[in-house]
Design a protein around this ligand. Structure first.
Ligand code: NI
Length: 257
């Protein structure tokens, strides 16, 4: 079930049997020479729809904009500030919470969103603890990065090893290829650039710094990945695995005390 395609009567009826919603989080940013700019929202949106179909759940509108200031030197990238993104998350939750929604399952597609969505969840918990009247004790917020689902994580390692890299990864590109088969492989790419373990560690959560420096360092937008390994068949398998992992994780979330 999709909130944007529903009537308010249908949402009211849904609240009669579930107080949970899945919220895809993305970003609008370059994804290397072959990747679509919407990759980070296309992936969690499709996975969320699969989870909703398998677990009789509701998908809310994706928050397509994310925090990616380090990619602003690449044409087409649109970043929110972290504070804007947090405010969006908080307004989203507050709006639905007043109508009775209690469980928010954020399915994230972008590393730079991890810290701000977690911070927004902290703020929401803190705010409601000042308001004992709010039915807030029943509010539950869960954040998941689709690429960290256990089966997906294993497949990414098996399929691409270290060439999964950090950004414009073959796994995310493969999922978009499966969903949009007209996508070309893009231009021939130079050999991918290996990044060190130290770099991965220091830049976890897309902690990249200045946009100009980022583009100088990674001129075609890939960060340690080889997206030329992506293919639609891998994408279908990764998508199916993410949906299966997501359904069990979402079901566990529903019964989390
Ligand atoms: Ni991405």
């Amino acid at each position: 079930m999709d909130l944007l395609l529903s009537t308010w009567k249908e949402i009211e009826a849904y609240l009669g049997h579930s107080k949970a919603i899945i919220v895809p989080l993305g970003s609008v940013e370059q994804h290397g020479p072959s990747g679509r700019i919407g990759t980070d929202v296309i992936c969690p949106q499709a996975i969320a729809e699969g989870i909703a179909a398998g677990a009789d759940a509701l998908v809310g509108p994706a928050i397509a904009f994310g925090v990616c200031p380090f990619n602003l030197a690449f044409p087409g990238t649109i970043s929110t500030r972290a504070a804007t993104f947090m405010a969006l998350i908080e307004d989203y939750v507050r709006s639905l919470a007043r109508q009775g929604f209690e469980r928010f399952y954020f399915l994230n597609g972008h590393g730079g969103n991890i810290a701000p969505v977690q911070a927004a969840c902290q703020d929401l918990h803190a705010a409601r603890s000042f308001n004992p009247q709010a039915k807030a004790d029943r509010m539950r917020l869960r954040v998941r990065n689709w690429w960290e689902y256990p089966t997906v994580s294993r497949m990414r390692r098996e399929l691409y090893g270290e060439w999964e890299g950090m950004h414009a990864t073959p796994s995310e590109i493969a999922i978009t290829q499966a969903l949009h088969p007209d996508q070309t492989q893009g231009p021939r790419m130079s050999p991918p650039q290996r990044v060190s373990k130290e770099f991965l560690h220091a830049h976890a959560g897309d902690n990249h710094g200045s946009a100009e420096e980022h583009r100088r360092r990674f001129p075609d937008g890939r960060v340690g990945s080889d997206p030329s390994l992506a293919n639609p068949e891998d994408g279908r398998r990764l998508l199916a695995a993410a949906v299966a992992d997501g359904i069990s994780d979402y079901r566990a979330f529903l019964v989390e005390p």
